[in-house]
Write a protein that binds this ligand. Structure first.
Ligand code: C2O
Length: 612
């Protein structure tokens, strides 16, 4: 592991926190780390005061600086800068249409359209004819530093609110207005744009979720949102905050979003949104592995689960670009039943969980955050996505083999259309957003405690697979497709045993679950465990037998209710942890958590995947 993840970072000089907890997250004593957060959910008073959650980590943790320098070196001029890179004639990247008047209203898939709290007419205004201009990043140093939401100053907060207020005050038909910004998400996610067919006519829907477009699309989306806010307050250095949910001090909805009603009328707060789950307001700790129902875990356990889930999604399951970014998606592909359907680890994991957890489960479509068509109406969306975007940067900087951007031209050349801060329609490319520095922004450093959070094995040398032989069906005998409406156990053969350290670095052992077909109008989630104890099934992400989850927010797919995706789970470290590397098969357990009663899977296999 890269040294900058070491817990030796300058410790927070926290004095205001009401409890200090030592959280042993690993059997290796040297990997025990400490963090501080009040876990007393009844102690509302202390926690309501935003100061109690402030964790004054120095802005310049030496470790993070190392990370940033490395990224900077890679980033100068852009690794794939337009100057030294010419696309071939054969690439078929997803390309948003030139003509935004081809945009159509979001028209299906939202389960309760009649009572939808937000509009389905998500198309942007057409301000002039003519194709969008290719966007060129303004040259210059990094000027915008995105702060952690739990640490912002009063001065910053005043600015942020002023900018949001001005954005909300713009007329609805201004493409920079808050409403138009919110609708961008609906348009790109809910079927408003189509790819062009060979005859030039609009054909298949464009979808920026569930594939390798997820990170770059959202990076550009936030880029313009931030620049518009800066322009409105005449401060080009203005940067949006990030919701630091991957760190214990940031694991509640940032206090700024829920002002104290005794002091301030929440409805006059431009960053307040009424459509949030009232049970999840501060000081409740976010559930990054949210199943759609309350876990009821003590807060310290919830923090442990969150850190373990982050470790899975950033390290053990995010072994290579496709696993991390999501599957390939190119022109001609169906938005979800595509060539290599796969949802990336972060997108499927913490990203979806936080959406679902913040959205109001009493609203017809879990508005706002719990459904893509409405998520952009909650200012918290952009703060959530800033942290998702930060994960992209951190993942690349971990110094682990295989952690790099996709190099495929179909990814580099994919492009979207936005209005910039000057109401100019522009076209932007993935290849121009691979590093944040050329885009003029940066993240204020925070510790990443999950990076040392390899889970504790409950059982060493479980020999579970051998013991279940004869009792549990072998994968070769399964008649696929298989329903996963209840807990399913299958024995799956491994491709190689006793691999050396070097072999394990060069090729990762991956469990593939393919052809996951599910109802796209529902929140769907299942968990996967490997070699779990027979008698006492692991129930949380903190267990070493937990391989990961597959989760999907309800989506809008123009004419399909059932859609297909896939999932991958890294087994290399997991099998080391439970000392099962010598077993020739593993016992895979699928535990349906939400919306799985008509979900099927059509294959399961373990293969070695080379890492470059
Ligand atoms: Cu476009 Cu969090 O989703």
């Amino acid at each position: 592991m890269a040294s900058f993840t070491s817990a030796a970072v300058a410790p927070p000089a926290t004095t205001l926190l009401s409890k200090t907890l030592s959280h042993r997250s690993n059997t290796n004593a040297n990997q025990t780390h400490r963090f501080k957060l009040s876990c007393n959910a009844h102690n509302h008073k202390t926690l309501k005061n935003p100061q109690t959650l402030i964790n004054p980590t120095p802005k310049t943790s030496p470790d993070i600086q190392t990370l940033d320098r490395r990224n900077l070196l890679l980033g100068i001029g852009g690794l794939y800068g337009a100057t030294n890179y010419l696309p071939s004639a054969f690439a078929t990247p997803i390309t948003a249409p030139d003509n935004i008047s081809d945009c159509i209203a979001a028209n299906a898939g939202i389960s309760d359209k009649k009572d939808a709290a937000r509009t389905l007419a998500c198309c942007p205004p057409v301000l002039s004819e003519g194709a969008p201009k290719r966007f060129v990043l303004p040259k210059g140093p990094v000027t915008r530093v995105r702060p952690a939401a739990q640490r912002v100053t009063d001065e910053y907060l005043a600015k942020y609110k002023e900018a949001l207020r001005k954005m909300r005050d713009l007329p609805d038909d201004d493409p920079r207005s808050f409403k138009q910004q919110a609708m961008i998400h609906c348009a790109y996610c809910n079927g408003s744009y189509r790819q062009k067919g060979e005859d030039g006519k609009p054909r298949k829907e464009i979808q920026i979720h569930n594939s390798w477009l997820f990170f770059p699309f959202h990076r550009w989306y936030l880029y313009f949102y931030e620049r518009i806010l800066g322009k409105l307050i005449d401060d080009p250095s203005f940067a949006i905050p990030y919701w630091n949910w991957d760190s214990p001090t940031g694991m509640t909805i940032p206090a700024m979003f829920e002002p104290d009603p005794a002091k301030e009328n929440p409805r006059r707060n431009p960053i307040f949104n009424p459509y949030r789950d009232a049970n999840h307001l501060p000081p409740v700790v976010v559930d990054i592995d949210y199943n759609g129902t309350e876990r009821g875990a003590p807060c310290i356990d919830q923090i442990g689960i969150n850190l373990a889930a982050m470790y899975k999604q950033m390290i053990s399951n995010a072994t290579d670009p496709i696993s991390f970014f999501g599957g390939m998606y190119k022109a001609g592909d169906d938005p979800i039943n595509m060539g290599s359907p796969l949802i990336g680890t972060i997108e499927s994991g913490c990203h979806t969980a936080v959406h679902r957890w913040v959205g109001n489960s009493r609203m017809p479509n879990n508005e706002d955050m719990g459904n893509f068509y409405s998520a952009g109406y909650d200012p918290i969306f952009y703060v959530h996505h800033a942290n998702v975007d930060r994960m992209w940067k951190i993942w690349k900087g971990l110094g682990i083999k295989g952690h790099h951007d996709p190099t495929d031209e179909d990814w580099l050349e994919a492009s979207y259309v936005f209005y910039d801060e000057n109401k100019q329609l522009v076209r932007v490319y993935n290849k121009d957003c691979v590093d944040t520095e050329p885009m003029g922004y940066e993240y204020e450093a925070s510790r990443i405690p999950w990076s040392r959070n390899r889970p504790i094995p409950r059982t060493k040398k479980p020999k579970i697979a051998a013991r279940s032989a004869g009792r549990v069906i072998k994968v070769v005998d399964v008649k696929f497709p298989m329903k996963i409406d209840r807990i399913v156990k299958v024995l799956v053969k491994r491709p190689a045993l006793k691999r050396s350290k070097e072999e394990k670095e060069n090729a990762k052992e991956i469990l593939f679950i393919d052809g996951i077909c599910f109802d796209s109008e529902r929140f769907v989630k299942f968990d996967v465990y490997v070699d779990d104890k027979d008698d006492e099934p692991a129930t949380t992400a903190a267990e070493s037998e937990f391989a990961g989850s597959f989760a999907q927010l309800p989506h809008n797919h123009t004419d399909k209710m059932f859609v297909t995706s896939a999932a991958r789970f890294g087994l290399t470290e997991l099998l080391e942890d439970i000392e099962a590397e010598d077993d020739d098969s593993v016992l895979v357990t699928i535990v349906p958590r939400a919306g799985c009663h008509d979900t099927i899977i059509s294959n399961m296999k373990i293969e070695l995947m080379p890492i470059d």
